[in-house]
Write a protein that binds this ligand. Structure first.
Ligand SMILES: [Fe+2]
Ligand SMILES: [Fe+2]
Length: 315
């Protein structure tokens, strides 16, 4: 067993106690509701302007940007950048996604959701996909911790977390099926060996920031969901996710003693950058109404409160 992270638990329980007091407003006019899928996709290529410059925002129509479907991430904007081929620029399209967090393994290809099912089906199918993707992330972490001589408790906790994620995948798949949706396939290239510092950088971003935030959101859903099956499933998942977050912080604390001051600063910077990116995502998080009521997803204001709690731990 790894020790409890008291500040993490205090922060989370304090936020959950405040749950009924925070505003649960829906998406307001002018802003698109968020969906699930990649945050960016290729919109093909475009020729340079006649003056030899890369087309600017106002020159682009973004018509070539793919639609991610009814419950998929909603189109936001596009921009052009040099492609490496003379006279041609690449178009990158960006999308508004609902924040849905967990530990993503390196190289994970963001999934597009199948069209079948309703908005709740899309949420659970995406959550199941993310749970399934965390299984190899934890198995790799366990192997790497062992190889770097980490305490046995950390190795065991990482293996146990992989088992938890298998169970979470099944639970989320069952909820997705109830809403007519199926989990997209997890596409993951084989892992390459990497250094201790690279492993820790991933742990800082995916564990200390994203999985910790995922634990907060799951805890919230376990209290706020109107659907009793979702509420009880998420309550159980949230208990595991708090332990996963604690594992991330315990790995971080163990490893610091093996790093130089410069490496420790890089780790800290990676965490700050991940927090900034997550904060931007939370700002665009406006879930459709059924996700807030039935699945207990935090509204934008509530997600911002959870995020503020996270910044007290991770900044
Ligand atoms: Fe999980
Ligand atoms: Fe997890």
């Amino acid at each position: 067993m790894i020790p409890k992270h008291r500040m993490l638990r205090r922060t989370l329980y304090g936020l959950l106690l405040a749950a009924p007091l925070l505003p649960g407003g829906l998406a307001c006019g002018g802003y698109p509701e968020c969906g699930y899928g990649p945050t960016s996709l290729s919109g093909g290529s475009i020729a340079y302007n006649s003056d030899g410059g890369i087309p600017s925002y106002s020159d682009l129509s973004c018509d070539s940007c793919p639609d991610q479907g009814k419950h998929g991430a909603q189109f936001k904007s596009c921009f052009a950048s040099a492609s490496g081929i003379p006279g041609k620029a690449n178009i990158t399209c960006s999308y508004v996604t609902c924040s849905n967090d967990g530990r993503r393994p390196e190289g994970l290809v963001e999934a597009r959701l199948p069209e079948a099912g309703d908005a709740l089906g899309a949420l659970f199918a995406h959550a199941a996909w993310l749970e399934a993707a965390s299984v190899p992330a934890f198995l790799r972490l366990a192997e790497e911790l062992k190889a770097h001589g980490a305490p046995e408790a950390l190795v065991k906790a990482a293996r146990r977390s992989a088992g938890d994620e298998v169970r979470h995948t099944r639970q989320m798949q069952a909820l997705a099926r109830r809403h007519g949706a199926t989990m997209p396939e997890v596409e993951l290239p084989p892992f390459e060996p990497r250094s201790l510092e690279e492993m820790l950088l991933e742990n800082a971003v995916e564990g200390c920031v994203r999985e910790t935030f995922g634990a907060f959101v799951a805890g919230w859903q376990g209290r706020a969901a109107r659907d009793p099956e979702v509420r009880s499933t998420l309550r159980a998942i949230a208990r595991d996710e708090v332990r996963h977050a604690e594992l991330a912080w315990a790995v971080d604390a163990w490893a610091r003693q093996h790093l130089s001051a410069v490496q420790r600063e890089r780790l800290h910077q990676a965490r700050r950058d991940a927090l900034r990116t997550l904060g931007e995502e939370v700002d665009g998080h406006r879930p459709p109404e059924p996700l807030i009521h039935e699945a207990g997803m935090p509204s934008r204001e509530q997600a911002r409160a959870l995020f503020q709690g996270l910044t007290t731990l991770a900044a």
